[in-house]
Design a protein around this ligand. Structure first.
Ligand code: MOS
Length: 726
């Protein structure tokens, strides 16, 4: 049977009543020991009998056509084959469900996959891929740089409310600033990898993917086969951060080669491939215009952005997404402008939109607060609207003020001074703050939940765990609802033969897949209540014992066999009738070297309000990850393209610097206790990407507070600071 819920109205707060104590507990990961002992098998670690190895061949020109001369490598040791058909030029975007193959022989950017070289061993395949003769015919008109002479496609639907220009000219205080951010790579620790094998007409793909329900359709689309002939397995994933939302080139190449060869084929992207063939975050330019009255009330917000993508790609970074609902102000203007460049495609990288959009917005807020002579926390609190300022919708819940105020107290904000007023040796010290906001989304999701008479349970869904803690929280939800210890619950994920879930993306996984598990278990509770002769509301389940209105029995006595129920959640009108978002406040203290301009982050605090917290430990780890991304975004991460060819010159982790242990100080996380009744039957909101949104801006605002230099061009490397120090 299926327990179905369309989220059209507020649901009872069942998880506050159940009483098993499994929810919110800082529980460690059940799959953790497998991962640290090397016994959790990741995609590239599958080794099937008679498996051949594939290596992607990358284009060496920026734009044009190519012809591959297979005879140049045919006699090399271990040669198995070269395959060029059904190549996809980059990873698909999240929730696309399709991934059209590119016309054979066309090159749209340098580093694009044009073939897969297959051999008996990895070394042979790599040798063949590097030795393959390719005849290129470059085409004119390649574009590789976004600058003042670039042509842009304009927004079809720009938002323009009131009169921004008038509000700016009449304001007591205003700022008009241009912020720029560089392209970012997701840099998941596990590179993209696929092992393909066919059972007759059905492909079995072991991959590293975030959203299997969409991925199976994408792979079917690329291969031109029916989706019933696709099975994808992705039980362990070493990070995704958006880079594994859609099917990527190695999946299709492995499947094509395996089909032709009639043997399993493994294709693993090496780190350079990951930088080039997988989508990256666009660079952005953001013009921020803010105006306020003498009391520090915002009267105008303008947030216009310029960005890049390959011709024909539909994704655009939603840079202004949170600006629409975070602060008040009657006169508002937005616009998005996309340049079509011959460079690796742009796509979703953790917190698409907010991750870079809140750098512009939250720095601009800091600038205006200073211009108005108001403390930046007080300035933000004054501008939190009653209702979402554009849609007029009520917030489902909004604890931004509480996050800012409780955070300030915990962080010691009252000890903040002005620029250059705190000197320690040759280091200026300063503090910064930024608001965090991230839209909250519920997606359709299904799961099977089985309760056994011995008090064990099984959760099954094609949901993924990309390192976020899905195994932990789905087990905890089932345990709480069924009144058993979380250690008694087995969670099976990452197999498209299981009920279809939301997948991991957009920070919606816990709410969506979690709600389906909640509902499946709720269906079981209804059956148990019937057997006990009480109403579901009267039923108490705890430690394997069921208590009704006037009787009490162990599960084993109530059940003559396993009970399985499917849970099925669908978003409903609460998604449309309320502005749903997680909110928070980031605090940073930095030291800026007065001689070199080097920045060291001393400490950070994130005060987060994301509804009920399912697992205090995995949630905190998610926020830590966000804070660390914030450090990278603020200080070190930038993809550098060769201006002549669009080649990514820093396409490895030596030259693309993500923060390492020495860059990361004490990170503190505080959760504001909250229930969001409109979000889902568990009253939770997404936390993963909220932890990143705004984090970098707290650091750059702290740099300004330390030394009086405002960095407009991210990342804030020393060359952008020391020339302005006197
Ligand atoms: Mo996230 S960029 O939606 O994986």
């Amino acid at each position: 049977m299926t327990e179905h819920l369309k989220m059209d109205k507020v649901q009872p707060r069942m998880l506050d009543e159940t009483g098993q104590g499994a929810i919110h507990k800082p529980m460690t990961r059940p799959e953790g020991p497998l991962k640290v002992s090397g016994t959790a098998t990741y995609a590239a670690e599958w080794s099937l009998p008679n498996m051949a190895e594939g290596v992607m061949v990358r284009a060496a020109i920026t734009k044009g056509t190519c012809e591959i001369d297979e005879s140049s490598v045919k006699d090399m040791p271990g040669f198995v084959g070269i395959y060029t058909d059904r190549m996809v030029r980059n990873s698909a975007q999240g929730t696309m469900g399709t991934n059209p193959v590119q016309p054979e022989g066309e090159v749209h950017y340098l580093g694009q996959p044009i073939a897969v070289a297959v051999a008996e061993t990895l070394e042979q395949a790599r040798d063949i891929a590097q030795s393959l003769a390719v005849k290129y015919t470059p085409a004119d008109g390649a574009k590789t740089v976004m600058d003042d002479s670039t042509e842009f496609e304009d927004d079809d639907d720009p938002v323009d409310m009131g009169d921004l220009d008038k509000a700016m000219s009449e304001a007591a205080f205003s700022i008009d600033s241009l912020y720029t951010t560089k392209p970012h790579n997701s840099s998941a620790m596990e590179p993209h990898a696929a092992v393909a094998d066919w059972e007759g007409d059905r492909v079995i793909l072991r991959g590293s993917l975030q959203m299997l329900g969409f991925n199976k359709n994408e792979l079917a689309d690329s291969l031109g086969i029916d989706v019933s002939n696709v099975r994808i397995l992705s039980p362990y994933i070493g990070g995704g951060f958006g880079s594994k939302l859609g099917i990527s080139p190695e999946c299709v190449a492995a499947a094509v080669a395996s089909k032709k060869l009639g043997r399993p084929v493994r294709v693993v992207l090496h780190r350079n491939n990951v930088f080039e063939m997988i989508t990256l975050r666009t660079e952005t330019r953001q013009r921020m215009r803010l105006a306020c009255d003498a009391d520090g009330k915002l009267t105008a917000i303008g947030h216009e952005n310029w960005q890049t993508n390959l011709p024909g790609e539909s994704m655009a970074e939603p840079v202004d997404v949170a600006t629409h609902f975070l602060y008040g102000g009657e006169n508002r203007r937005y616009g998005q402008h996309i340049a079509r460049l011959n460079r690796s495609a742009s796509g979703a990288v953790r917190a698409p939109g907010e991750a870079v959009g809140q750098l512009g917005l939250e720095n601009a807020m800091d600038e205006l607060a200073e211009a108005a002579g108001i403390d930046p926390i007080e300035f933000r609190v004054r501008n939190i609207p009653e209702k979402s300022p554009e849609s007029g919708l009520p917030y489902s819940s909004n604890a931004l003020a509480q996050c800012l105020q409780e955070g300030a107290e915990m962080f010691g904000w009252s000890g903040r001074k002005g620029p250059k007023e705190r000197l320690e040796g040759e280091w200026y010290l300063g503090m910064g703050v930024a608001s965090a906001a991230r839209s909250n989304i519920l997606m359709e999701s299904r799961a099977n939940v089985t309760l056994n008479p011995d008090g064990t349970a099984l959760v099954q869904t094609d949901m993924t765990d990309i390192g976020t803690g899905t195994y932990s929280i789905l087990g905890q939800i089932a345990a709480e609802m069924l009144g058993i210890d979380p250690s008694k619950v087995t969670v099976e994920l990452g197999d498209t033969d299981l009920p279809e879930a939301s997948g991991s993306g957009g920070s919606w996984g816990a709410a969506s897949a979690g709600s389906s598990v909640f509902l499946g278990a709720k269906g079981i509770r209804t059956k148990l209540a019937e057997r006990l002769g009480c109403s579901p509301e009267e039923l108490r389940l705890q430690d394997g014992v069921a208590t009704g209105a006037n009787n009490r029995r162990p599960l084993a006595e109530l059940m003559d066999g396993p009970i399985t129920e499917e849970g099925h959640i669908e978003p409903g009108s609460t998604s449309n009738d309320f502005e749903q978002a997680g909110f928070g406040a980031h605090f940073a203290e930095v030291a800026v070297n007065k001689v070199t301009g080097e920045v060291r982050v001393r400490r950070m605090l994130a005060a987060m309000a994301a509804g009920r917290i399912l697992n205090a430990q995995t949630a905190r780890s998610q926020v830590w990850g966000g804070q660390i991304w914030g450090i990278g975004t603020a200080l070190t991460e930038e993809i550098q393209h060769d201006r002549r060819t669009g080649h990514i010159v820093n396409n490895d982790l030596a030259e693309y610097h993500i923060p390492v242990n020495l860059d990361v100080p004490d990170l503190d996380v505080h959760f504001v206790d909250e229930r969001d009744d409109q979000s889902n039957p568990m009253q939770i909101k997404g936390i993963g990407e909220l932890g990143l949104s705004g984090a970098g801006a707290a650091i750059t605002n702290a740099i300004y507070n330390a030394c009086g230099v405002r960095v407009y061009d991210y990342p804030a490397t020393p060359d952008k600071i020391f020339p302005h120090l006197d």
